[in-house]
Design a protein around this ligand. Sequence first.
Ligand SMILES: [Zn+2]
Length: 336
Amino acid sequence: MIEKVRRDFCIECRKETEYILQKKNIVKNIRDKEYNFSITVAICTKCGEEMIIPGLIDKNMQEIDEQYRAAEGIVSIGDIEKMMEIYKIGKAPLSIALGFGEVTIPRYLEGQVPSKEYSDIIKSTLSSPACMKQKLMENSDKLSDPAFRKAFAAAENIESLFSVSDKILRVIAYIFERLEEITPLMLQKLLYFIQGVYLALYRKPIFEEDCMAWIHGPVYPKVYELFRDFKYNPIDDARFILFEGTEDVLTNDEKKVIDLVVNTFGMYGGKVLERITHNEDPWIEARKGYGDNIPSSEILPKKRILKYYTLINQKYGINTEDGLREYIHDMIDKVS
Ligand SMILES: [Zn+2]
């Protein structure tokens, strides 16, 4: 790494000198309790004394604030902003909904540190839409009607996220992180291919959900419910902020398979992916006896997907992007 040369005025040396940034541990008393904080200091390379650098004080205040909150388990300003976004609620109405004074949340957003009690209320409503709904109900008479209805609907919407397994949610969150534009149809197909490739490579499912042989290919019905409002448009879902930075819940093998599928199948639109699934045995078999436009809720058994993708793996080597690309090309060319 090339270090930028930093220079400023050293009061010890009485001239401009070079300095380096270092971490320093300090002990600070807050409300009669001792805390260890790690801050950043500038050290003069000539005399070894600490130098006063513009911006560093602010940076350290912020570092201390974050470390203090982490030590006490107190929510960050970012958590509160996240909450306003997912529940579609402004700062004053949020304050009222939580049973605080109207100015409490605005003050927290300006940097005031919440008490443990209030912080715990914010935390539990952030992680539980049911808890948020309860708070909204309790304080509904103090909220304007539109504000109440909007936030309540948002909470119900988030609640629906928990109708699918945690694993499939994490997989979806990871796909969203990797692909900028994705429609509900594309997402359905990618989930199916991810399951297929993972089954073939690791002999176990990546998530527990089963898909059904709908008219337009395999569909995970509860995932369909989650994103039905987006119709044929790319999914732009604020609810998924909840999962930001939590992708470490996925193992390296799981991430590897998602990357493989996103980098290959993910280059195609929903209609092309649909066509590929229509040429695959598990879907064809599950659709037996159904005319083209007849809805069906036949399940594509994971065992059957495993068997099919195991054969595909033997033929193409789908543990690599090249192998998957070859398979995709063959399937697109196949006349159905
Ligand atoms: Zn100096």
